[in-house]
Design a protein around this ligand. Structure first.
Ligand code: ZN
Length: 278
């Protein structure tokens, strides 16, 4: 298929999938999520591919979901927020496609630079390993828009519950050093060494026997599942959908529309403006 929003490269036994909307800081729109899913499936099927790298072109890994480009063609626009169709869409499209990446039987590495925000954190967290550059900044400020986290609540698993609360209650950024200290990322390197570091790690893992690797990954994921990982994601998703239908969310969206804050810059100001002094 012809990719519009991603790049797909094979370097030896490594498949590198790059989110490729650099002018939008790789905001994930409908098309990108579909293409990412297809690219992951292609890499999974390809017997030559031993390791999958997920990267972002340009300044940032991903600034989250594209608030203006998420609706499937002809869909969603007419949906009532919180309706069965809306819930069904989010469950299959966001929850399903993310957990597919988490569970696919090949090792995955997220290569993160610049902003990694909200659904960017969710996506990176689906990968087995995360390597970040020193300039990486992580945040999830969807609470400021009256949402309850993104569709998957990865934060307590990635940061620990105490830090997850601070992260989600404030929407503040944590930098690469702090992310490393908390265990969110495996390694931190200068920006100019990021590509080399990730490819070096990917090539090393690619030398491991692939079946043993897939079993190890499955066993590690199951260990996390026994502690409730996947169940907790579906439990949170119900809460997330409840928050979508809340009066607070409606008020925020209506406020944004009435103030004409539909462009990214105005929208960001409405969301983050009052927090800037804190
Ligand atoms: Zn949602």
């Amino acid at each position: 298929m012809k990719w519009e929003t991603i790049l797909y490269d094979k370097v030896g036994s490594v498949a590198k999938i790059t989110l490729n909307r650099p002018d939008k800081r790789n905001a994930q729109n409908y098309r990108m999520i579909v293409e990412l899913d297809q690219a992951m499936k292609e890499a999974e099927k390809d017997k030559e591919v031993r390791v999958i790298v997920l990267a972002g072109a340009g300044h940032s890994f991903s600034s989250g979901h594209d608030m203006s480009g998420m609706a499937p063609e002809g869909g969603m626009a007419g949906w009532r927020i919180g309706s069965e169709e809306h819930r069904d869409f989010e469950e299959k499209f966001f929850v399903g496609k993310c957990l597919y990446i988490r569970n696919l039987p090949k090792p995955t590495i997220a290569q993160v630079q610049g902003y990694c925000i909200a659904a960017g954190v969710m996506l990176a967290s689906m990968c087995d390993l995360i390597v970040a550059s020193e300039d990486a900044l992580f945040s999830n400020m969807v609470g400021r828009m009256a949402a309850s986290g993104t569709e998957l609540l990865v934060e307590p698993w990635e940061l620990g519950v105490r830090k997850a609360k601070e992260f989600l209650f404030t929407g503040d950024f944590i930098d690469a050093r702090e992310a490393h200290r908390l265990g969110l990322v495996n390694r931190v390197v200068p920006r100019e060494q990021l590509d080399e570091e990730v490819m070096g790690l990917a090539n090393k893992i690619a030398l491991m026997p692939p079946v043993a690797l897939s079993y190890t990954k499955e066993s590690l994921n199951r260990t996390q599942d026994i502690q409730g990982y996947t169940q907790s994601m579906f439990s949170h998703f119900n809460i997330h959908m409840l928050a979508h239908g809340s009066d607070e969310t409606k008020a925020f969206i209506e406020g944004a529309i009435s103030k004409g804050a539909t462009g990214t810059k105005e929208f960001t100001e409405l969301r983050d403006g009052k927090f800037k002094k804190t």
